[in-house]
Structure formats: C-alpha cells, structure tokens
Design a protein around this ligand. Structure first.
Ligand code: CP3
Length: 350
C-alpha cells in the first residue's frame, strides 16, 4: 500500500480530482440491475418505471450491489429518460424494444408545448431516493447522481427509441439546425436543473452520460453537441462535486470531449487507457475502461483484461476504474466480486 491520507470514503472523490489514493476506486455503470438475482426478484413484482417511481425501492436497488461488493460509489437507481416526462415528452418502456417516445420531435412544430423541466415537481422520487441512500450509507461511500447529455437525450426524443444509424437525428441537425438547437437547449437546461437538484439532495459525484455521441464525427460533435454539453458542465462545475463526463464511442475525438468539460472523462474500451490519457493530457482524470464482456469470460481472461487496464493506468493518480459501458444482464455476479477484489488489490509497482 502506498502511504496516503485517503480512505474508502474519499477514494472515489480523490481519484476524480487527481489526488493520490490508497487503492484504485471502482464502481460500475449499471451496477444495479438485471444481472443481480435480488434485482430480478423485485422486478418480477414491479415494472422498471414503478421501481424508479418508488423511492424506497429505488434506494433498495441502489444499495443491492453495495451489499455484495466493496464498491467505491453508489450510483442512484433511476434513468436518464425520466426527466423527459416533465418536459412534455412522454415515454414508456416496452419489454422488447426498450424505451419508446410517445411523440417524437422531427420538426419545429413538434416543440410546441415542450418546456424546461423542474426536478422538484417532475421527479421528486429520484431526489427522495438520493436522500434515502445518503442517509443509509452515512458517508461510507459517495452517492453518484447522473443525467443524460443533451445529444444522447435528443437522440431518443428524435428517433423515438433505439437507433442503428441515427438518421433522423442527423437529418434534423443538418436540415433544421435551429429546431435541433432549440431542443438541445431545452434538454441542457433541464439536465442542469436535475443535476443540481441531486447535489442538493446529497449526491457527491455527478456523471453525465453521453452514451450515443459516438454516432457523430468530431466536426459535427464540435458544432452541434459540444456547445450544449459545455453549457451543462459549466453550470454544474465549481460546486465541490466532481463531474464525470462519459462519452461512449468517442475515442476518435477525446480532445473535443475533454474541451467540453468535466473533472473526469469516461472512456469506452475501444481505446487503450494509456493512449486515452495521452490524448486527454494533464489536468483531467480518466474513468474506464474494461470491456463489459470481459466479465463473461473465464476468470483468467477477466484477470488479463483488468490487469491490462490497470497496467496502462501506470499508477498515476486520477484513475477511476469502471467498465467502458454498462454491466451486461448476462454477467455472473461472482465475476463482479472478482473484479472488485482485483482492482483494490492491484499493486502498481508489482
Ligand atoms: O447504472 C446504474 O446502475 C444506475 C441505473 C441506471 C439505469 N439506466 C437503470 C436501468 C442508469 C445510470 C441508466 C442510464 C441510462 N438509461 C442510459 C445511459 C447509460 C448507458 O447505458 O449508456 C441510457 C442510454 C438509458 C436508457 C435506457 N434505460 C435504455 C436504453 C434501457 C433499455 C435497455 C436495457 O438495458 O434494458 C433502459 C432500461 C433500464 N435502465 C434498465 C435499468 C436497470 C433495465 C430495466 C429492466 O429491468 O427491464
């Protein structure tokens, strides 16, 4: 062990700020979810949305992975799409197709009645879940609040659900840039309000999910997405809460992603971690970047993949271990246990 003043409670916060830590902190996107039998047991009785709407259930689900593993953060059980309802954009989850937007935005007139949301009235259940988890954890590890980045949310609002090629988003972006920018601005303002409300409720770390921004090339990212992301990240920075900017599929434009803001940039597994750090430069921490599928292989392969990420972190401060995207539902819970141990026991000098 290196001599540091950090402990379990501040490991994640310290790593986000580039300070030395006693062990690399680890949390996993989608650490609460379907790979856990205790989640599936609750899910048999309630729909996903019902689970989100019940703060007691959302708090319980948030804490499920922490009861099993020594994770360094508790990401609140909720969804990036929840704020849309309060903006006048209804949606539901279809058990086969995932999220379905009830009225898509494809032209200026579709924005009639769409407005900036208010977390206090639209999603009070998320804020109550944050308060419950904060109370329950009593400072043991930080609570991670989150929101979707404007582009990722806009992709749902415009496409109506999942998309393969993002043709509708890109068409609106290029053919009706002012309508696209209006939607992005409404989303950005809503996201800022949701993030700040989670901080007020007790969240100590924030993550902005730009899960689908990899659909854009660097030039279009810079023109159409980055200004809105930057606005969000500027509005929530400087409040003593580290902000993780996760940009999936964006390894070809890390300099632009970094320039859009965040104390930490989250990267996926399509780039080696050392190369990502070189491209990001100094003064920013990095999160990632194990391929979630590494948890599906035999223990030896998991070890090999995790060690590769850790070795490439080179023992330099400012690394938060995570997957490059969410835990897959078919992940064996024991593999997560092995991974958490491996990361905490890693000796960078060894
Ligand atoms: O990470 C966590 O453990 C916290 C909870 C969380 C969920 N969604 C729970 C969830 C978080 C942080 C999210 C973020 C989210 N939601 C993102 C960004 C992260 C990413 O994966 O890129 C996105 C794109 C969504 C939208 C969303 N929600 C989709 C596309 C789906 C359907 C696909 C799927 O995985 O089922 C969801 C549903 C969802 N969100 C589930 C969970 C646990 C599954 C619900 C179920 O039990 O059926």
């Amino acid at each position: 062990m290196k001599e540091t003043t950090t402990d379990v409670t501040t490991r994640l916060l310290d790593a986000c700020l580039g300070k030395p830590v006693d062990a690399t902190p680890i949390w996993l996107m989608r650490q609460a979810g379907r790979y856990l039998p205790e989640y599936r047991a609750l899910r048999e009785k309630l729909s996903f949305i019902e689970m989100c709407h019940r703060p007691d259930v959302a708090a319980e689900v948030t804490l499920q992975p922490l009861a099993r593993y020594e994770l360094d953060g508790a990401v609140i059980f909720a969804d990036i799409l929840l704020p849309l309802e309060g903006m006048g954009i209804g949606f539901h989850f279809d058990s086969h197709d995932g999220p379905v937007i009830e009225r898509t935005v494809r032209a200026a007139a579709d924005l009639d009645g769409v407005h900036v949301g208010d977390p206090g009235t639209d999603t009070p259940y998320v804020l109550e879940a944050v308060r419950l988890v904060v109370r329950e954890l009593a400072g043991k590890v930080p609570v991670i609040g989150f929101a979707g980045a404007p582009f990722t949310l806009a992709s749902y609002v415009i496409e109506g659900g999942h998309s393969r090629n993002y043709a509708d988003v890109k068409r609106l972006m290029l053919a009706e840039p002012s309508t696209f920018a209006r939607l992005m601005a409404l989303l950005a303002d809503t996201v800022v309000a949701h993030l700040l409300a989670q901080v007020e409720a007790g969240a100590q770390v924030l993550q902005l999910f730009d899960s689908w921004v990899g659909a854009l090339g660097p030039g279009d990212y810079e023109r159409f997405a980055a200004p809105h992301t930057r606005r969000v990240l500027e509005a929530v920075s400087g409040r003593g809460v580290p902000v993780i900017h996760f940009a999936c599929g964006a390894s070809g434009m890390l300099a632009q992603v970094r320039a859009a803001g965040g104390d930490v940039v989250g990267v996926d597994w399509r780039i080696d971690l050392d190369r990502a750090r070189d491209e990001l430069g100094d003064g920013v921490a990095v999160q990632g970047n194990l391929d979630p599928a590494a948890l599906l292989g035999p223990p030896g392969e998991l070890e090999r993949h995790a060690a590769d990420v850790l070795r490439r972190a080179r023992g330099r401060p400012g690394h938060v271990f995570n997957l490059g995207h969410g835990v897959l539902p078919s992940t064996p819970p024991d593999a997560v246990a092995r991974l958490v141990e491996l990361v905490h026991e890693w000796n960078p000098e060894g």
